[in-house]
Write a protein that binds this ligand. Structure first.
Ligand code: ISL
Ligand code: CA
Length: 533
């Protein structure tokens, strides 16, 4: 029961994981060829970012057919093979469920342009104002307006993300029935569950103007509303027929809202990805970075550990810059990478590791816009240009926040193509690939990769780490210490988030140390991380 409390889950961004046919694009046969890597790491499930048919305006988060595989990634047979091959290794497959919006190339949307079709109300269509004004003043997630005029229907449609991602209208019950069918389709194929994209914004209570804000004007009309809870409970009935698991990506949730979305008794989601700890290095909006303050980060993690019984633990995903570049130190690459690994694998909750994290991949080393692919980065660039922000400043903002930081191809080897492809990769490979790659780290017993494997095995073997309670011990300027306890046994974790040495009051016998220490006297080296018994 509740296998997902014991498993480590690994996120694959298929486009960048492993190419098998030299077209420079990662694919499903490529993933199958790397399952042994995941088994070696000790993961119990894979969350696959979208592999459905899609025109790729947002790399698969704009779906044009939920029952087909994107031909760039392979065939349905490949997908079935993946489920079977992963199964042989006791690895479950979790699909990405993107149901807030579809691509405007989806059949539903194309039909929806015709008011007399059965699909007329599948999306939010509205007339604009007489003076050419948009239907309301909402602003979207990618930093621009969220209404687009469709000349065929002569109305605007709502899109909270890119303009080819039209929001589905859940006021129309037919939409939810369609989604239930999609769930059944995939569950019958043997997937274990879903990661539900921006799932707490499904229900829009009205399309009235919102209170003006720096970002996301209008969000009070759709963030975590009762209508969404009702939808989730209905979906849960279908999921329960198959014993399926869900993790919701829930934007801007408070712990209280998160409890309402994933409390056991609520019968909605199993757990949620919250964002607060990802906001510790930003100012008001994600594009404005400020210095990372470890103390605020510790306080935030502690708060969520205390307020939720079970968290989805993550430091990286396909939308976030790499964690070493952000919370650690590229100068202390190995130590800080290992420290972050220790954090990710010892908090209470289900750890989600993102591809490349296990070898300490860093942010991209691009130097101009043209090298980027991310639709969000491109939109933001346009907005900044409109605001007359000079080029250098624009690049500074975008390069630190771009989602492409996490999307460069996986660095399997130090060869050209990084072992990812024989062809031209769809997105540039980081030049540090000669130093940071799996092949090299496999040879080095002291590598980040071997450390991840070791910690994953430790967690998989340790009931204390998997199920123990969380007790905060220290949340200092640079030291974070906490204890995990279960049935009289306990482990203490001490982390020094700084290039400077530190002292801690914690004591114990060293079970793991990222600098190979054997005994501990309370002195911490720069970026030192230990587990004490
Ligand atoms: O991190 C963010 C943007 O950089 C968030 O605002 C993000 O857009 C939000 O978390 C929603 O993300 C999800 O839905 C998007 C898709 O682009 C992201 O990749 C996905 O994770 C729209 O489907
Ligand atoms: Ca390919």
């Amino acid at each position: 029961m509740e296998w997902w409390k014991d498993a480590i889950i690994y996120q694959i961004y298929p486009r960048s994981f492993q190419d098998s046919n030299g077209d420079g694009i990662g694919d499903i046969p490529g993933i199958i060829s790397r399952l042994d890597h995941l088994q070696e790491l000790g993961v119990g499930a894979i969350w696959l970012s979208p592999v459905y048919r899609s025109p790729n305006a947002d790399n698969g988060y704009d779906i044009s057919d939920y029952r087909e595989i994107n031909p760039e990634y392979g065939t349905m047979e490949d997908m079935e093979n993946l489920i079977a091959e992963a199964g042989k290794r006791q690895i479950r497959i979790i699909m990405d469920l993107v149901i807030n919006h579809t691509s405007t190339s989806h059949y539903w949307f194309r039909q929806s342009r015709d008011r007399t079709s059965g699909y007329a109300d599948y999306y939010y269509w509205r007339r604009g104002g007489a003076d050419g004004a948009l239907p309301n003043n909402w602003t979207g997630f990618f930093g621009e307006d969220c209404w687009e005029f469709d000349p065929e229907r002569c109305e605007y449609y709502l899109h909270l993300f890119a303009k080819s991602q039209a929001d589905l209208n859940y006021h129309n019950p037919a939409v939810l029935e369609e989604v239930k069918d999609i769930l059944r389709f995939w569950l019958r194929k043997g997937v274990a569950g879903f990661r539900c994209d921006v799932i707490n914004i499904l229900w829009k209570d009205s399309l009235e103007n919102g209170k003006k804000k720096l970002a996301l004007t209008g969000s009070e009309h759709y963030l975590s509303l009762e209508g969404t809870h009702e939808i989730l409970r209905q979906l849960r009935e279908v999921l329960d027929e198959y014993g399926a698991f869900t993790v919701g990506e829930t934007v801007f949730v408070t712990p209280g809202q998160a409890r309402e979305l994933c409390g056991r008794e609520r019968k909605e989601l199993d757990m949620v990805f919250s964002f607060e700890h990802m906001e510790c290095d930003q100012f008001l909006v994600k594009w404005l970075k400020r210095k990372f303050r470890p103390k605020a980060f510790f306080a935030c993690l502690t708060k969520w550990q205390k307020e939720l019984d079970w968290n989805a633990i993550y430091l990286e995903n396909h939308d976030q810059p790499r964690s070493i570049s952000r919370f650690g130190s590229e100068a202390h690459w190995k130590e800080s990478g290992k420290l972050l690994a220790l954090l990710a694998l010892t908090l209470r909750g289900t750890p989600f590791l993102y591809q490349g994290q296990e070898i300490g991949m860093l942010n991209f080393d691009f130097d101009r816009m043209r090298q980027l692919n991310d639709v969000e980065s491109k939109n933001v660039e346009r907005v900044l240009r409109r605001l007359h922000i000079p080029r250098k400043a624009r690049w500074r903002i975008i390069s630190r926040t771009s989602r492409d930081n996490a999307r460069t191809p996986f660095q399997w080897t130090g060869e050209p193509g990084a072992g990812f492809t024989d062809g031209r990769p769809w997105l540039g490979i980081n030049h540090n690939c000669e130093d940071i790659n799996l092949a090299r780290q496999e040879q080095d017993p002291d590598s980040i990769w071997n450390w991840y494997k070791d910690l994953a095995a430790l967690r998989n073997d340790s009931a204390v780490l998997r199920r123990g309670t969380f007790l905060p011990l220290e949340t200092g300027e640079q030291v974070f210490a906490y204890r995990r306890e279960l049935e009289g046994e306990g482990l203490t974790i001490v982390l020094n988030f700084s290039g400077k040495p530190a002292r801690t009051a914690q004591q114990g016998r060293v079970l793991r140390s990222n600098i190979g220490r054997e005994t501990f006297d309370g002195q911490l080296a720069p970026w030192e991380a230990v587990i004490l018994q």
